[in-house]
Design a protein around this ligand. Structure first.
Ligand code: FES
Length: 180
């Protein structure tokens, strides 16, 4: 089979970094078979590059003994894997039914205006990518959004302003080389 690691290890090791491979190998060591770590491996690649390029996806599929189409199917299904470049942080505003009823449109417009970014776009400074998201599983606290890995709930415009203000001051501190 041409897609196994042992048949063609060069592609994977020339594209994936030693750090990525070490983390993926660690996941594989706990798994019943290589392809079982597909989602975790995609997350590892994304952690290192912010997104998963075709080149990385092909190399990873090869390393896990899967076809690129199989792995791409998993990546596409899992909406927190990004197959296009994104900014430093992704804002995922839930647009499923409860959040929609609870004010999605108003909040969407507020973020667009506040960050001067369209839905599906990245801010000019590469700081944020703004995306719609399917139900985030917190309907009783709607409306909600994720910023990076953090869930923010019971949102209104003032709360969004506060979240972005805190994020921006944290970013300024980090950019100045000081501790948070
Ligand atoms: S509809 Fe938004 S969290 Fe479920």
């Amino acid at each position: 089979m041409m897609n196994s690691k042992t048949d063609n290890p060069l592609q994977a090791t020339s594209v994936l970094t030693p750090a990525e491979l070490a983390e993926i190998d660690k996941e594989i060591s706990h798994a019943p078979y290589r392809a079982a770590v597909a989602i975790d491996a995609l997350k590892i690649v994304q952690k290192h590059h912010r997104w998963v390029s075709d080149e990385s996806l092909n190399a990873l599929a090869d390393y896990l003994g899967m076809s690129p189409a199989e792995l791409d199917g998993i990546a596409t299904f899992y909406n927190l894997i990004y197959r296009r470049p994104v900014g430093e942080e992704v804002i995922s505003l839930c647009d499923s039914v409860t959040c929609w009823i609870m004010g999605y449109n108003k909040l969407q417009q507020h973020i667009i205006k506040r960050l001067d970014v369209g839905l599906g776009e990245t801010t000019d400074d590469d700081r944020y990518t703004f995306l719609p998201a399917p139900c985030l599983g917190a309907c009783d606290r709607a409306p909600v959004m994720m910023v990076g890995n953090e869930l923010h709930q019971n949102l209104d415009e003032a709360k969004i302003d506060q979240i972005l203000k805190v994020k921006s001051s944290t970013s300024d501190v980090n950019n100045n080389g000081r501790q948070e």
